[in-house]
Design a protein around this ligand. Structure first.
Ligand SMILES: [Zn+2]
Length: 102
């Protein structure tokens, strides 16, 4: 798995000013990144998510809160069972800092 991870991130540039890490290798017909592994072509966003976050439940899709098709930054990837997330107003509220002084 470590080899796959190195191979994957070697094809990624950035982060750019929005924090996006853009795929620089082959593309799928839908415009997203294509990553070849074990003779299969996988969407780069899904690979990034599985490498850095965890398995994607069956039937779920990976979308991007930054709306950048080439972006594979795991922090921009969202797993959803819906193709369209709608406007996101709280992108910055996902990181909650709870400080408890006891
Ligand atoms: Zn992004």
């Amino acid at each position: 798995m470590r080899d796959i991870r190195e191979r994957f991130w070697a094809k990624v540039s950035g982060p750019d000013e929005r924090g996006c890490r853009n795929w620089t290798a082959s593309l799928l017909t839908n415009g997203g990144g294509a990553f070849f592994v074990d003779g299969k072509t996988l969407p780069a966003g899904r690979v990034a998510y599985e490498l850095e976050v965890g398995p994607i439940p069956a039937g779920m899709r990976v979308t991007r809160r930054c709306r950048n098709k080439l972006c594979v930054n795991p922090r921009h990837l969202v797993v959803t069972d819906h193709g369209w997330l709608g406007p996101i107003h709280h992108a910055h509220s996902t990181k909650r800092e709870e400080r408890r002084l006891t």
